[in-house]
Unconditional design. Sequence first.
Lengths: 213, 213
Amino acid sequence: MLGQKRSTRARKKAAQARSRATVAALVEATARILVREGFDRASTNRIAEEAGVSIGSLYQYFPGKEALVAAVIERHNHDLMQVVRQAMAEAEREPIGVGIDCLVAAAIEAHRVHPALHRVLAEQTPRTGELEGVELFHREALNLFRAYLEDHRDALVVTDLDLAAFICVTSIEALTHSAVIHRPKILSGEARQRLVAETSRMIAAYLGVRGGS
Amino acid sequence: MLGQKRSTRARKKAAQARSRATVAALVEATARILVREGFDRASTNRIAEEAGVSIGSLYQYFPGKEALVAAVIERHNHDLMQVVRQAMAEAEREPIGVGIDCLVAAAIEAHRVHPALHRVLAEQTPRTGELEGVELFHREALNLFRAYLEDHRDALVVTDLDLAAFICVTSIEALTHSAVIHRPKILSGEARQRLVAETSRMIAAYLGVRGGS
DNA sequence: CCAGAATATGAGTAATTGCTCACAATAACT
DNA sequence: AGTTATTGTGAGCAATTACTCATATTCTGG
C-alpha cells in the first residue's frame, strides 16, 4: 500500500473557513519543514504535527506528500511569476536595451523571494510524477520572453525567436539561480550590479540589439 | 537506526579479484536501477538483488545507499571530465574563436555520454549530505575554463575572468543540459549545429573576442 | 592438503513510513 | 432543539526500509 499514489490533487474541497485554515496551515507547515529539515524528513506525519493538525485531517485534503509539496511549488511559482510579470510590464515601457536590464534584475529579484525554499525545491525535490511543476515556471517565463522578442523583432539581428528565447531564458535563469544559491556574496553591493550588467550585455550582444523600438 | 548515516566512503578495500567484481557489480546495478526505476526505488536491498549479490556483501563495501550513489556520480563525473579535457586540449591548438565552438560542442557531447543517468542524477538525486558530488563537475569545468581564458586574456575585452568564467560555464552547461534533456530533437541533425553556433556566438560576443592568439 | 584470511550469505530486527477507519467534535440549517 | 453535513482525531496496521550477525563458502600461501 506504499508504492501507489492516487493523485496529486486535493481530495476534498475546503468549504468552511475552518477547513480553509487547516489547508493553509498544512501547506505552510510543508514549506517550513522543507526549508528547515529537507525533503526526506518531510513525512506526512511530521507535516501534520508541525501544522498542529491530525494526520487524518491531512489525508482529508491531500492524498499524500507529493500533493503537499506540489501545492508549495504552485504557490512559489505563483510568487515568482508575479515578480516576472511586473518586470515585464516595466520592460515593455522601455527601449529593448534597458528592458533586458530590467528582466535580468527581475530574475535576481525573483530568486530572492524565498531563496531557501527555492533551493530546496531545486536541489532536493525530485522532478518525478506530479512534482514536475518545478519546471512549469521555466515554461511560462519562456513564453513571456518569446512574446517580448516578437514585439521587438525588427530591432534584433536574430531571426529564430524560439531558439533565441530558449537560449536567453535558460541562460538568465541558470546564471541568476547559481549566483543567488551558490554565491551569496553577489546578492548585495556592487557585485550584483556587475552581474546584471554583464549578463545583460551578453544577452543584448547575442540578440544583436540595434537601436530601435 | 534510520536517520544516521555513517559516511560515504567504502567500508573495506576490495583486495582480491572476486571482491572487486562484487563492488563493480554493485555500482553498475545502482546506475541501472537509478535509470530504470528512479532514485526512490533504489533501496539497498533492491540494489543487492539487481547486482546478484547478497545484502550482507553490499554492506561490507558500502555503508549505505548514499555511498553507492556517490560512487555512481564519481564515475559519471570522471567520464564527463574525460570528454571535456579532450576538447580542451583540442581547443588549445586553435584560435579562440574556433576553440569556443569546440568547447560548446564538447559540452553537448558530454551530455550524450549517458543522458538517462545524467538526467536522473540532475533531477532526482538530492544535493544533500555526501551527495553534493553532482556539483563537483561544475567546479572542475569552471577551473579549466578559467585557465583557458587566462591563456587568451589579451584577445578578450572582458577583464574580470572569474566572473566571465562563471557566466560562460554556467550558461553553456545550462543550455546544453536543457537541450539534451528537454529537447531531444536538437540532438541530431541540423538543429544541433545551430545550437552550437548560436551558443558560441553568444559566448564569443560576450567575451569580446578580437582577432588574436 | 591444510590453516587462516578474505569474501559471501540471507533470515531477522528495529525503525519509519503512508495511510485507514471508527469515532468525536463542531458548524449550519430548520 | 434537533437533524444533518462538515470537519477533526489519532491509535494502529501493513509495507518498506536500513542494517546486523552468525554462519557458510571460497581463496591464498605454504
